[in-house]
Design a protein around this ligand. Structure first.
Ligand SMILES: [Zn+2]
Length: 326
């Protein structure tokens, strides 16, 4: 039987998403389980093995058709050893072996990379990237992550820190970042970063604004509330979104000026604001983009949503595709 199926796994702190795809990247089955992070996360790898085996039986899929498993995970990934370090939201305090036990438990090859990188691969392959060779991806969530695909390959750098776009400095001497530097994009464009910006603007603003009143009253403000108010015309909310769009446009232009991708793709929960955000980012991006980049790279919204992870993960396993590329 020809091998024509891929398994994608997107491991997160609250859920583990799975999908079975064709080697063309069409999702045929998908499911998810809760991530059991109890007891130092020791159940996670056995749960993944059990869930894959169970679902292959359930769908009566001939195992000889499976090309392999690709997986995205939080933390720092040693792709050769198949181990993960520093995935604190999984309670993996120690370096965790992932590749060997999953290969042994399922009988399939496993290829692994970090979660933002696999989401970038997913968008590049089947999403906004249209399977182009050069696609850059920024995801705005609780943090800011991303992945850079150049000539169909992820950029990893020599220590795996390539593509950490959340730590591009957009404001020298700006907000302190968890990485120890000041002024990283993540501190302005993540869900908490946007709120931080709004709080700072509120301190300097005395005019009429519902957002300002909410902040003054100590009400909970989220990035979604800020975007919703901005759409309604709230002054302070619009000032906040404009500043976010400035930082994001600047960072996106910097990435574009280095890599000249066909698309710079913006995704993640904060980007749920959609075209309202994209067009403001594009305006700033246009200002900072190198002329040739300005006329060839485009600023796009992500298209796959939550499926980007499993689709990109599956593409890691796609040896057929890799053979073509090599
Ligand atoms: Zn940082």
């Amino acid at each position: 039987m020809a091998k024509d199926k891929l398994i994608g796994v997107d491991l997160g702190g609250t859920t583990i998403k799975f999908a079975i795809l064709t080697d063309e990247g069409e999702v045929q089955q998908k499911w998810s389980i809760q991530t059991n992070i109890l007891e130092d996360g020791k159940h996670i790898v056995p749960d993944i093995i059990e869930s894959i085996n169970h679902h292959l039986d359930l769908y009566q899929l001939d195992k000889s058709r499976v090309i392999g498993i690709g997986m995205g995970t939080p933390g720092t990934v040693n792709r050769e050893e198949g181990t993960v370090k520093g995935a604190y939201n999984l309670n993996w305090a120690q370096e965790q072996a992932v590749k060997d036990p999953i290969q042994a438990g399922t009988g399939f090859d496993l290829t692994i990379d970090n979660d933002a990188n696999v989401a970038a691969l997913g968008e590049a392959w089947k999403g906004a990237g249209n399977n182009d060779a050069d696609v850059s991806f920024i995801t705005l969530g609780t943090g800011v992550g991303g992945g850079l695909v150049a000539n169909h390959e992820l950029i990893h750098g020599i220590a795996g820190a390539g593509g950490e776009v959340g730590h591009i400095i957009v404001e020298p001497n700006g907000y302190l970042c968890t990485c120890g530097n000041h002024g990283c994009l993540e501190q302005y464009a993540s869900a908490t970063g946007v709120v931080h910006l709004a709080q700072d603007f509120a301190e300097q603003y005395a005019g009429e604004s519902k957002l300002n009143r909410m902040i003054d009253n100590g009400e909970e403000v989220t990035s979604k509330i800020i975007f919703d108010l901005a759409k309604e015309g709230d002054y302070l909310a619009n000032e906040t979104v404009d500043k976010l769009a400035y930082y994001l446009g600047y960072a996106a232009a910097t990435i574009s000026n280095i890599l000249n991708p066909s698309a710079i793709v913006i995704g993640g929960g904060v980007a749920a604001a959609g075209e309202f955000l994209r067009e403001r980012v594009e305006k700033n991006w246009t200002r900072f983009a190198f002329p040739t980049v300005r006329t060839s790279t485009v600023v796009k919204l992500a298209e796959l949503g939550n499926d980007a992870g499993v689709i990109g993960a599956a593409s890691l396993a796609n040896k057929n595709r890799q053979d073509v590329l090599l």
